[in-house]
Design a protein around this ligand. Structure first.
Ligand code: SF4
Length: 111
């Protein structure tokens, strides 16, 4: 679908740039961080865009546009709960000694 496959390092640089620009922190748990960036890489290489690694794609950039990482729900979730739905990006003041909890899905069911 696209000639420009992403490697894990490319994805890590991408998410680091997003975190920096938004003044967010990345998940400090290496296993979770690796799983999420690997999911983003697989999605990019399959679809041609960074579909959220913890939401199903409809395989159409237009229909998925609200869940292309960073999704349009990340900012309000980080403000309200301290991290995004997948727990990739965090509020810069998040205390990583506390448990990372599941948060409600903000994406409307109709999507
Ligand atoms: S929930 Fe997090 S990882 Fe998923 S698309 Fe939104 S910002 Fe990216």
């Amino acid at each position: 679908m696209n000639d420009h496959k992403r490697k894990l390092d490319d994805v890590k640089k991408y998410v680091q740039g997003i975190a920096q620009r938004n003044d967010w922190k990345l998940n400090s748990n290496h296993e979770m961080f690796n799983d999420l960036t690997e999911g983003l890489m697989i999605n990019f290489n399959r679809l041609g865009y960074y579909n959220c690694p913890c939401r199903d794609s409809q395989e159409d950039r237009n229909l998925d546009r609200d869940i292309i990482c960073p999704c349009q729900y990340a900012k309000p979730d980080i403000e309200e709960f301290g991290h995004c739905y997948c727990a990739l990006y965090f509020n810069k003041n998040f205390d990583f000694t506390q448990e990372i909890s599941m948060i409600p899905e903000r994406r409307p069911l109709s999507k």
